[in-house]
Design a protein around this ligand. Structure first.
Ligand code: SAM
Length: 240
């Protein structure tokens, strides 16, 4: 996979050199390029924003630098351009899986009041476009969203995870949150590891973990519980 990020604060993307994306690059699974959008400006001040037509507070990101960047980077039908925006579709694990199948992602990070709408309309004429929100809150810029989306997507690229089984039971993979996890020592500051995890009985452990997943999801994220699991939760809770 190749990922290009367009930002007026390229240093914000420095963590992409570290940890998981860094490992994916080292393994040759990911080619990553972070670009300063100001490279595609032509005035003395490297201006990337201007006042909004129609008036109102704040500034809007100008279309020309994005257009020139798309041209130079060869954004085409094989590219998915991601506009990070609070008015986009919510980012989910399912969407991360979908994006992990793409050959090429280009992130356009907004700042100020956002990007001139024509950039998005134009991108749609030459590439697949996704407008994606990290959540129902407003960040100052799209860089944090690009980082989060990149990390979630890259760990799903086939061949990235040393042990792909570790992806299977994770939160949000099948609509349930993950069960609580424990490591050594058996007792710590008066807190014990649940007996069942020390029993060596794999059937019992699997049943306990499933029960914990249902319980945790019902308590914390009832919105995630599929209808079929609601009945199971009522049994676990003892109030069918
Ligand atoms: N005026 C915009 C609005 O109300 O939708 C918010 C602009 S915000 C201050 C500047 C930039 O931050 C956006 O263009 C977007 O790239 C990014 N951003 C802010 N919140 C975001 C979110 N929840 N998800 C993804 N990107 C976000």
């Amino acid at each position: 996979m190749r990922i290009d990020v367009l930002s007026i604060f390229p240093d914000y993307l420095a963590p992409l050199e570290l940890s998981l994306p860094g490992k994916a690059r080292a393994k040759g699974l990911l080619e990553l390029h972070v670009h300063d959008l100001r490279r595609w400006t032509h005035d003395r001040h490297n201006t990337t924003d201007d006042t909004p037509y129609g008036g109102g507070a704040g500034m809007v990101m100008k279309p020309e630098p994005f257009g020139e960047a798309f041209d130079e980077l060869g954004v085409d039908a094989g590219t998915t351009v991601i506009f990070t925006t609070p008015s986009g579709e919510p980012f989910t694990q399912a969407l991360a899986h979908e994006l992990s199948t793409r050959e090429r992602l280009v992130f356009a990070c907004g700042r100020y009041e956002g990007i001139d709408q024509r950039v998005i309309d134009h991108a749609r004429e030459r590439a697949e476009v996704r407008e994606i929100s990290l959540g129902d809150y407003v960040l100052n810029g799209g860089e944090v969203a690009a980082l989060a989306i990149t990390e979630a997507v890259v760990r799903l690229i086939p061949g990235f995870m040393g042990n792909p089984d570790s992806l299977v039971e994770e939160s949000h993979e099948d609509g349930l949150l993950e069960y609580p996890v424990y490591t050594k020592p058996k007792e710590w500051r008066g807190h014990e590891v649940p007996d069942v995890l020390l029993s060596g009985d794999h059937g019992k452990i699997a049943a306990w973990r499933h029960d914990q997943r249902v319980r945790r999801t019902a308590e914390r994220r009832p919105d995630l519980l599929a209808a079929s699991v609601v009945g199971e939760w009522e049994i676990v809770r003892g109030t069918p």
